[in-house]
Design a protein around this ligand. Structure first.
Ligand SMILES: [Zn+2]
Length: 579
């Protein structure tokens, strides 16, 4: 049920009647070329995003709008797409991405790893990480062009950092006022709401009350609150209650981002979390959640040397030498390949030495198990039962195993096991966060659960590129839902899955005229083959495009045709103020 948001009046409500007649004519009249439509999608099965059963039919598009749906035989169009044997649905809306860092860059601005899967709108600025300079961002992105539409949330972390740096303390009333005024300006420029990353610095230092005060500004504009919650491991229920409290007291619609119970000891907690959300919804709180369709979270090498992978389990004390010095040298730009290799070898040799010195080993162990004041280590937050080995060459037999289980099998202390592994194969790749599929399926059945990806936009890749080890979700999430959860596991009907990727997110965002195939709605459309659509990306080779998408249309302009990208950059940064 909606809360008390002030949503800007829909534009057409303010349009005088005479203009309505003109609009009617321009929607349904003949196009300048004498054709009935600009684009006609023929003979498809229309899965319209509502969750209703698919039906055979045609879709007529004129300008950026869907103008007719049904049996359109005999009608003509400048461009006809044959969808025989294919599904025609609204373009997918991904409520949780981190593509904002990439949309302004050449190559990745096409957002092709999403567009290719039929995604026509992405939500950016998640997990507390997103600019508050909305007007500037719109100019930057649309100046170069972007491949999909975007809806942007202000990252609370960006706001807090601008006002008080990363100091580990509560905000003063004056600082809260400053943050509220930054947020107010961003909302005036068209931000869609605000996100927090309450597990991360600096958001983790904010009290619930501070977040509520900030979020009230978002509520004044009818914006949404999205949260990477304070805990995704054993305290998910508590963290979910906090999101609900913020939604209730700030008067906003709220979204729990990438919902999960992400360590083995937390498996089985999802039913409790689902009950908490359902209880809140039944008393009128508008809270929903999204989930990426993988049972493992992001990760990195078991020991990050220069890579910034905060969730890796093995971190040395930041000041410990000679490692700090070596890391500095390794981060220098224009480092020769041979030099880098030599430095890395030196780093690992020094590490072997340090680990065989009892007092240094204890110091490292403290850093791994506890971390430093105000910066708890990954293991302190997540526990050894959170790390899943996903890529290993030398230790291939460990792929698919959880670090705590490996230690248990060997009847050894997890730190000792991992210290050996670090020396043996420093590039062994672990995901931090491992979920049970039963938990995922339990949440997936709820009618407030949407799908997202949590991924980045990557530069356009070629088949001949070297494999990149990373999470496959940026290239595979939507296709994976359709392959795994619909076609293979039959956990969802096709209509339900499409709804979770179209009208459900549109409804939550109150995104006008999107999320359904309906007359008068924006022509964001995907045509895909339900029998073949599938994800190709894996951890070991993460940058592989999904296949099975025949055509993608963004705002009435074709971006993918016969499965190929045509270079179109027709996306817009959609503004809440213009919604
Ligand atoms: Zn997150």
């Amino acid at each position: 049920m909606p809360t008390t948001n002030k949503v800007p009046a829909r534009k057409e409500e303010a349009v005088p009647k005479r203009s309505l007649v003109l609009i009617f004519v321009s929607f349904f009249g003949c196009s300048s070329a004498g054709e009935d439509f600009d684009i006609l999608i023929r003979n498809g099965t229309i899965v319209d995003g509502s969750g209703d059963p698919g039906f055979p039919g045609d879709v007529g598009i004129k300008g950026d709008t869907i103008v007719e749906i049904g049996d359109l035989s005999g009608k003509t169009a400048a461009k006809t797409i044959d969808a025989d044997g294919l599904v025609v649905s609204p373009g997918f809306i991904d409520t949780h991405t981190h593509v904002d860092g990439d949309l302004g860059k050449p190559g990745s601005n096409a957002n092709l790893n999403y567009l290719n899967q039929g995604v026509t709108t992405v939500v950016t600025g998640n997990c507390g990480d997103g600019t508050f300079e909305i007007a500037k961002t719109k100019t930057d992105w649309e100046g170069r062009g972007i491949g999909t539409n975007a809806v942007h949330l202000v990252g609370y972390g960006d706001v807090r950092r601008a006002v008080m740096g990363t100091e580990p303390r509560e905000a003063t009333p004056e600082e809260i006022e400053k943050m509220r005024s930054i947020l107010r300006q961003a909302m005036k420029e068209g931000a869609w709401g605000m996100s927090t990353g309450l597990e991360y610095i600096p958001d983790r230092y904010a009290t619930t009350e501070e977040i509520i005060e900030a979020t009230k500004v978002v509520g004044e504009f009818g914006g949404v609150y999205a949260s990477h919650q304070r805990d995704e491991f054993l305290r998910v229920p508590e963290a979910t209650r906090e999101t609900i409290r913020i939604a209730e007291e700030a008067g906003v619609r709220a979204l729990t981002s990438h919902l999960k119970a992400a360590r083995k000891n937390a498996w089985g907690m999802m039913p409790e979390v689902v009950d908490i959300i359902n209880d809140a919804r039944s008393r009128g709180v508008d809270i929903v959640a999204d989930m990426y369709p993988y049972h493992f979270a992001s990760g990195g090498p078991i020991i990050p040397i220069v890579e910034n992978s905060g969730w890796a389990p093995f971190h040395l004390p930041p000041e410990m030498e000679p490692f700090a010095e070596l890391r500095k040298k390794l981060s220098e730009p224009d480092l020769e390949e041979a030099e880098e290799k030599a430095l890395r070898e030196q780093y690992m040799a020094e590490l072997a030495k340090a680990l065989s010195d009892n007092s240094k080993r204890q110091e490292i162990k403290q850093s791994v198990l506890v971390g430093s004041p105000h910066r708890p280590s990954s293991v302190a937050i997540a526990g050894w039962d959170s790390y899943l080995v996903v890529v290993a060459e030398k230790n291939a037999h460990l792929v698919g195993k959880i670090l705590s289980d490996i230690a248990e099998e060997q009847e050894r202390d997890p730190f000792d096991v991992v210290a050996d592994l670090v020396l043996d194969e420093p590039n062994l790749y672990v995901a931090c966060g491992v979920m049970s599929e039963d938990d995922m399926l339990h949440a997936m059945k709820e009618d407030w659960l949407m799908f997202s990806s949590d991924g980045d936009a990557l530069p356009i890749t070629k088949e001949t590129d070297d494999p990149v080890i990373s999470h496959p979700r940026a290239f595979g999430s939507q296709a994976r839902v359709l392959r795994k959860f619909v076609r293979e596991d039959k956990a969802l009907t096709l209509e339900d899955a499409v709804k979770k990727m179209t009208s459900l997110p549109a409804e939550f965002l109150q995104l006008k005229d999107r999320g359904l195939l309906a007359v008068g709605y924006k022509a964001d459309v995907v045509v895909f083959d339900p029998e073949t659509v599938h994800d190709v990306a894996t951890h070991a080779d993460a940058r592989q495009y999904s296949t099975g998408t025949e055509a993608v249309i963004v705002g009435g302009k074709i971006g993918i045709e016969k499965g190929e990208y045509n270079g179109a950059l027709d996306g817009k940064l959609l503004l809440l103020t213009e919604n």
